[in-house]
Every structure is written in C-alpha cells, then in structure tokens.
Design a protein around this ligand. Structure first.
Ligand code: GLN
Length: 490
C-alpha cells in the first residue's frame, strides 16, 4: 500500500478498498520501523494524524470526494504548524511552537490531507546534503550511508522510503529538485509567487518557493492544485488564475520544442549521469519532441551570484533570532550584548554563521556595489538568457545534479557543496518553474532529469514530466529499504 502513488491511493480510498485510518496507521508503523535509521522526521504527530484520518473517513462516508481527502503527508520543518514544533533544522528554534499555520499547511489541511509530521532539513534550508541539520543527518533510502540531498532531504527520503506518499519542500537554489534527484522521486518547484510564502520560515525571500515531493508528476499536479494561488498575506504571491494542473496532463509531447543547453553539461557531469540524460532526451525525441540546442551564456555566473544574494537576504532575515522575542536564549546573560552574542553563537550552526557573515559583509557600505549590486545585475542577465531561450523553445531540459548521492561527510569544503547547485540555481534566480523526474541509475543510485518552463508554465512543465513518466518507469523503481520493509524483512 505504501508503494502506491497519491493518485492510486485516492482511487483506493474512493472505492472504499482502504480507509484513511488504515493508510495513516500503515505510514506511522513504517515511520516507526524505518525512521530510526533514516532520520527523515524530526516530529511525528501520531495522535493528531489518526484523528484527522478518522475525520477524513467520516467526510468520505458522507460523499466528500476531494482527491486529497484522507491522504497522509509530511511537511518540511520550515513550515509553521500551529502548536506543533517547527524547528527549521536549528537549535535556535528547537522549542518553537508557532501560534499559526503557514498558508501551505492550511490549504493542504483544507484539502483534507492528514499531517504525519515534520521532516528533517538542512539548518534554515542552507545546504545540499541535509548534513547541517541540528537534528542529525538523514539517510538516503537507496543507501543510508549516503546523503539524501538537501535541503528538503527529510521530505525526499520520507517519500522515497514510503514513509509518506507526498511531502512539501522549499527550493531557494535547488532544495526540492536536487534531493528528488538523489532519492529517485519527483520534485517540483513552481514559479516564484505561485505559492504563498506566508508562514514559511524565510531564508532568502526573493528566491524561496514552496513545492512538492512526490512519486509522480501527476501527484505533484494534485498537490499543486491545493497549494497554488494568491494569498493576501504574502505580498509577493501573484494574482493570476490557477490552471487546472491535473486536467492539463493529457497532452502528448509530439511537436514540443525542448531546449538543451549542452555546453553546460560538460563541466563536472559524471559519465553515467551524462549518458542517462542523453538517453532521456532521446526518449522524448522518439515521442515526437524536437530537441534544439540552446545557450544560456551567463549560466556559469549563477553560483557566484546566488552565493552573494542568498546570504545577503539570509543575514537580514536571521537577525530576528536574538534571544529576545522567541526561540533559544542562552543561560544567564550578563547584559544585552552578551544575550545576543551567546544566543546566536550557541543557537546557530557553522553553515548558518558562515552565511550571516558573508551576507553582512556583502551588504556593508564599502562592499555593497562590488558584491550585492553586481550580483543583482548578473541575476538580471541570467533571467534575460531564459527569456531569450523561451522565444525558441517551450521547455528546457538537462541534468538536475552533476552526479548521484554522495557518502556522508564526502563534501567538507563549503565551496564544493555550493557547486552541487550548478544546474538548479539559475532557475531560482530567474523565478521559473522547474521539476526533477527520475531518469536513470548510476551504480544503483538514482538521478533526475530537470525540466524548466517559462514564467507560470506550471501546467506545461507538469505535463511534460508526466508524459516522460508515461514513456519510462524510472519513477517506479523503489529503493531496496522500502521494498524490504514492505515484506517485513528489515
Ligand atoms: N544548496 C543551496 C544552498 O545551500 C540551496 C538551498 C535551498 O534551495 N534551500 O543555499
């Protein structure tokens, strides 16, 4: 049952083959068995999940047929959940109980979903391996000695291992797509402004966007239908009608123009991933898509520009954690300065401190023009490259990540870790929608194909991903840990 997609589970619930309580109980049992090794969840909400499931079953008995009614889900621990711990992977928020739900949480609850708990993540979503979490690293369900990617690593591992059929994530520079690639699942980041950021703990406000981690693009469409839309509480959410994502899934790729930025594949792409991505593109071509070589001339500047803009915004956003208003407070401070200094020194981990230092430096009066203003200019050029490319093509496709999941501890150098995002970051800088879909394996570990669309091309991107999943079965190949748990032999 845990290996079914949301779409399939919804049909099972609808025909009465299973109840939401049974499904929720099965997920909770599996979390109990597999989470000690995977560490995908920081908080599990057993009691409230079962109560929500029972309510969903009652609603269904009364004729309620909403597609997500009674489907369990996990929220990345960056989304505020009322009276439920919301840590953002940090010691500084270890005991934080938000007084309200994030819009995403509220909307998915209103759609009838059942919240299983909150998933592990890199501290304040800064990272690509989930190793910066105060609550410990997460195991990749395909090989627990390897990382699940990050920062939405807990959500990706939970979905890949069948602990939850779907999960939310956030993506500032690749944090949904890269873990989806590493864990062999589907990860979708919508256009900036499509989904409300209200109640989503801020990292870099001009880049952060909520999205989905699921086993198929069709499931992402169902989740997106519930999540998308204008929110008056988020001034950057966009007033634009929400398309019928599930309804748009039927269009074949015949005649679709797929832009392929081949020059960028060259650097650092592992041979197995390169072969697999070319095979995936050939698959689309056989189905009638037209591959067109494109160039994104400023793409090589995306990592340096991002690592100025994102830390600059983070340094401002994280100034609120000062030990005064909420969150961790150091023991018996001598005075106000001691309170600030020790609270932040003890509450934040190394990567977060590094970003605050870099961001503060980049914004300081003497360096603002040299770094921050320049990075913003590069950001404009990167966006313009995409606008130009989308005059010739409908979508752009390529690798999500240069390689498969790496072992824990393998990337100790922060700059090496930053290069993880080489294929994903430009999409955030430009504010575009992007998805990672499973596209093959290298030495037993999965990797993803990234499909990027123009502004608010959510329906288009989801459909192309869905069509790819009609042509291939990579997204159906489950990790062994999940398969073993299914037969009870873990
Ligand atoms: N890996 C990138 C970073 O560390 C992106 C993280 C994210 O998308 N939240 O900033």
């Amino acid at each position: 049952m845990q290996n079914l997609t949301v779409t399939e589970l919804s049909a099972e619930l609808s025909r009465g083959a299973i109840s939401s309580v049974e499904l929720t109980r099965a997920c909770l049992d599996r979390i109990g068995r597999l989470n000690p090794e995977l560490n995908a969840f920081i908080t599990v909400c057993e009691e409230s999940a079962l109560a929500q499931a029972a309510a969903a079953d009652r609603a269904r008995a009364e004729g309620d047929e909403r597609p997500l009614l009674g489907i369990p889900l996990a929220h990345k621990d960056i989304f505020c959940t009322r009276d439920t711990h919301t840590t953002c992977g940090s010691r500084i928020l270890q005991d934080f109980l938000p007084p309200y739900d994030a819009t995403v949480v509220e909307k998915l609850r209103q759609a009838g979903t059942v919240m299983l708990g909150k998933t592990n993540m890199d501290e304040f979503a800064m990272g690509s391996s989930n190793e910066s979490s105060y609550f410990g690293a997460v195991g990749n369900p395909h090989d627990p000695g390897r990382v699940p990617g990050g920062s939405s690593g807990g959500s990706a591992a939970a979905v890949a291992a069948g602990l939850s059929p779907m999960a939310t994530g956030t993506d500032t520079g690749g944090s949904i797509r890269q873990p989806a690639s590493f864990c062999g699942i589907t990860g979708f980041k919508p256009s900036y402004g499509r989904v409300s950021r209200w109640g989503m703990i801020a990292f870099a406000s001009s880049l952060d966007q909520a999205g989905t981690l699921t086993r198929s693009a069709a499931d992402a469409a169902l989740m997106m239908q519930a999540m998308a839309g204008l929110d008056p509480r988020d001034s950057t959410s966009v007033d634009r009608p929400v398309e019928d994502y599930a309804g748009a899934l039927g269009k074949p790729v015949n005649g679709l123009r797929v832009g392929v930025p081949r020059p960028h594949f060259a650097k650092g792409l592992s041979p197995g991933v390169e072969r697999g991505i070319h095979a995936a593109l050939a698959e689309l071509e056989r189905a009638g898509a037209i591959l067109i070589d494109i160039d994104l001339p400023n793409n090589h500047l995306s990592v340096p520009a991002y690592y100025v803009v994102a830390p600059a915004e983070a340094s401002a956003n994280l100034s609120r954690y000062d030990g005064v208003r909420y969150g961790y407070r150091c023991e018996s401070p001598a005075d106000l300065e001691d309170l600030y200094t020790r609270t932040r020194s003890e509450g934040f981990g190394d990567e977060v401190k590094r970003r605050i230092l870099v961001g503060t430096y980049a914004l300081s009066a003497g360096y603002y023009d040299a770094y921050y203003r320049k990075a913003q200019r590069i950001r404009r050029l990167i966006r313009q490259d995409f606008i130009d490319a989308f005059r010739q093509v409908d979508v752009i496709a390529g690798p999500t990540s240069p390689h498969v999941a790496f072992p824990h501890g393998a990337k100790a150098d922060p700059v090496e870790m930053y290069l993880e995002d080489i294929f994903t970051i430009a999409v955030n800088l430009a504010g575009l929608p992007g998805i990672s879909v499973p596209a093959g394996f290298e030495e037993g570990l999965p990797f993803g194909l990234q499909i990027i669309g123009p502004d608010f091309g959510e329906a288009l991107v989801l459909n192309v991903a869905h069509q790819f999943q009609q042509l291939t079965d990579w997204h159906k190949r489950l990790p062994e840990t999940a398969a073993q748990a299914e037969t009870g032999e873990n």
